[in-house]
Design a protein around this ligand. Sequence first.
Ligand SMILES: [Zn+2]
Length: 476
Amino acid sequence: MSKKLSDKRWPWVVASIAVFLMFLSAFVRIDLGAGVDPRPIGNLEKPDDLERLVRMRKQGNLNVLFILVDTLRASRLGSYGYERDTSPTMDRVAAHGVRFARHMAQSSWTKCSMASLWTGLNPARTGVIKFDDVISDDALMPAEILRDAGFQTVAIYRNGWVSPNFGFNQGFEVYTRPAPAGLPASVRRENPTITGHSSDQDSVLTAEEFLRVRGHEPWFLYLHLMDVHEYVYDQDTALFGSDISDVYDNSIRWTDRIIGRFLDYVEAAGFAQNTIIVIAADHGEAFLERGYEGHARNVYPETTEVPLIIQLPFRLEPGLTVETRSRNVDIWPTILDLIGLDSMGQIDGRTLAPDMIASAEGFPLDDDRTGIAFLDMRWGQQTEDRVPSVAVTEGSYRYVRQGAVGNARAIEELFDAAKDPAELIDASAKDVAQLEHMRRVADDYLKLEPAWGVTPTRELGELERNQLRALGYSIP
Ligand SMILES: [Zn+2]
């Protein structure tokens, strides 16, 4: 009797469980190998969700995690349209966060680019152009603002170009390199640098240790990851091939896994519901698309189009993609705006919060940000005059120039991504009016003076020079 009854009932039981699981899956993320996403669902169209961030910060219940992946080119990530599965973790963050689809770094060389990212000023205005330039003490850095607002400020870095010697530690209470802990024998490092004995695993372990000990008070953690720059990967788990471009992809996958393990820790330790997480990059990497390899040589899109992904303490369902142009100088005005802190004064960057809200509402704002990327092609020679490589983006257009105008060897190109998504076809002869307009924008930009007067420099010791040479750069 009872067996017969249960025989009749089991489809109903199964159906009820299925309905319950469907109901549950609307609220939680169930992923193999990862925890359940503990964040509540939020909505950027609702002012209350954004105001909640400000309230949390005022109550001392908000953290900021800033992950900078050195040398990460946007077009090599799945969420940015790459066909290879290089970045499941970052894609997952984007799937329930905010992804900026057309995002530009302000240089293709770490120090110049990071000075702009932190100060919200384009390179001509930071004055940090040459290998021995230092960010002025007069600069107002986000870490100073966050420290004054009650955050513990901690940086873990492995790239000498962002060392305290160059002024990058302003506002940080701790600014440290991780101790090397050793790697499996199967791990390869195809582009070794000064940091040859440590890896991003060490950085992440140091970060976890900090959170374990001090995470109960509000924190701002800057994690500058370096393994993609060094082409570190594990040959036992590598998914792609062995040429230099494949190895680069393998190292993104390796780094993505490290980020994934760290974010699992952040989640398991209970920080996901009260932490803003930002994933950004200082520049990309070229693979002979136009005859150039690596970075820090010019400012074509291979080395300046980078990702920007923001995870909020609430989950977006689905995640948001912002299609209007954005720039690294906009990152800190945006974060400070979201958490209700004053921005950094008269800067080139502008908050992206209105773009996020407008995109969430389905009515994206006009593409009105002019993007600038700049590199002094003689950045390794302090005594030489500048030889600017400059790029300007407006709407679908990108203007790129190498060398001074009037110089017979200068190269000037115009690309229109609306007609040529790869931006490989020079349209400067066809669209002369647009070319002349963007040339003027570039010329006006190049006339700008540093915001803080004369840029300080410092004498680099021989050891330091050797360390920076080992990064693959030629400096005197
Ligand atoms: Zn870099």
